[in-house]
Design a protein around this ligand. Structure first.
Ligand SMILES: NC(=O)c1ccc[n+]([C@@H]2O[C@H](COP(=O)([O-])OP(=O)(O)OC[C@H]3O[C@@H](n4cnc5c(N)ncnc54)[C@H](O)[C@@H]3O)[C@@H](O)[C@H]2O)c1
Ligand SMILES: [Zn+2]
Length: 375
């Protein structure tokens, strides 16, 4: 197994100064419409020195579709960028990674330096070789996984996070938690990812409620941002699991926020993996891993069954605190439409690249059973 953390991180209150060091570059700035109108976006762009040429592409939409990548690659043709600067959440960073990758494949770009400035504390995309792209004609999300899209540098600037509204803070924060819980029981878990995951669960349970209650709390925002990047570093070595397979399948079809889907699915996927959903036999090894995470949060020790139950209860309590409902239909999933496509949803989740490292190999019926619990 190879472990590689190649993205250079710039952290701390002066991290945006890194952009002021860039000279004589042709910078293709990628963002979305909402971000472009925020003072935090202006704050980042204002750091770019006047010796550089830059052009802003702000057409990225959530769950970025292939058409956005094509538009971005087209827009790069005149500037012929030497650098891509992605300023935004996971959708923006993933879209920019896709533009970089397919731009190189089609000869539009060459040897481009990729810098990510994440503006949500959620996906960890700034340090991963993952990009999740949606095929809008099939209603399916596909994780593109290749070292060629690993960002060269990531700038973790806390002051641009203070504008994130509470519901996006909640959804993206629960994505961080899902990343580490899936990484911790992935078939590829290792001592390095374990250390990151054990730290991140503590950070999320301590600081996410504070960020949700008071978005201007600088220290809590900084801690959640670190947690998000550390989670990305963990799952870049282990990949994820069924929770993400399901979130991709449902997200590509119904366009519900990625983190919110993860948050609602998480308690049931944990119980399923541990063999503790109705009618299953306990899987002691997996339940043991979950109980270690519960212990990392509460500093108490548990047997595998009690620890797994505790972890699930803690997540359900956190969801309630963050005003995340426990059912998908309460967050916009159209029930009839879902029931008509239940089989396709289950099959797409099974085929998703993230499901491959789930500790249990699920069947279509298992997936339907999990979904029945949260519809
Ligand atoms: N590449 C990976 O490793 C990885 C991992 C998990 C998820 N993803 C993907 O990332 C996408 C989700 O990314 P996300 O959860 O960051 O959400 P997002 O990028 O879709 O952003 C959600 C909303 O938040 C707004 N926003 C972003 N930053 C803001 C700020 N500072 N202030 C105010 N508003 C702000 C955006 O404009 C947008 O409207 C999904 O497509 C998901 O599949 C990728
Ligand atoms: Zn995720």
């Amino acid at each position: 197994m190879e472990i590689n953390y190649p993205t250079k991180l710039w952290i701390g209150s002066d991290s945006l100064q890194r952009l002021a060091e860039l000279k004589n570059e042709r910078i293709f700035v990628v963002t979305d419409q909402a971000m472009k109108n925020l003072p935090s976006f202006e704050k980042v762009v204002s750091m770019i020195d006047s010796t550089n040429d830059y052009e802003i592409f702000s057409e990225v939409t959530p769950d970025p579709p292939i058409s956005v990548l094509i538009a971005g690659i087209d827009a790069m043709k005149t500037l012929k960028p030497s650098m891509i600067l992605a300023i935004g959440g996971g959708s923006v960073i993933d879209a920019a990674k896709g533009m970089n990758y397919f731009g190189a494949q089609t000869g539009v770009t060459e040897n481009v330096t990729f810098i990510a400035v994440p503006t949500t504390s959620g996906t960890g995309s700034e340090v991963t070789n993952f990009s999740v792209i949606t095929d809008e004609t099939k209603g399916q999300k596909y994780p593109l996984v290749t070292d060629e899209i690993q960002p060269d540098e990531a700038i973790l600037a806390t002051d641009i996070l203070l504008s994130i509204p509470p519901h996006i803070t909640a959804d993206t924060g629960m994505d961080v938690l899902t990343h580490v819980i899936e990484s911790y029981v992935s078939t590829k878990y290792n001592d390095f990812s374990d250390a990151l995951c054990e730290k991140v669960v503590k950070l999320v349970f301590t600081y996410l409620p504070i960020c949700f209650e008071n978005g201007n709390n600088y220290q809590a925002r900084e801690k959640m941002h670190n947690a998000s990047t550390m989670a990305g570093m963990a799952f870049n070595t282990t990949s994820l699991g069924l929770n993400h397979g399901l979130a991709h399948s449902l997200g590509g079809r119904f366009h519900i926020a990625h983190g919110r889907l993860n948050a609602i699915l998480l308690p049931k996927v944990i119980l399923y993996n541990a063999g503790m959903l109705s009618g299953q036999e306990i899987n002691e090894d997996i339940a043991y891993r979950y109980s270690k995470l519960a212990s990392a949060i509460t500093k108490e020790s548990y047997n595998p069954r009690m620890g797994t139950k505790k972890l699930v209860r803690l997540i359900e309590q956190l969801n309630r605190k963050l005003k995340i409902p426990s059912r998908l239909t309460d967050t916009g999933l159209p029930k009839e439409e879902y029931l008509n496509s239940e089989n396709e949803v289950a099959i797409a989740a099974l085929k998703d690249g993230c499901t491959a490292t789930n500790p249990v190999v699920p069947t279509t019926n298992d997936i339907k059973q999990i979904l029945k619990e949260v519809i």
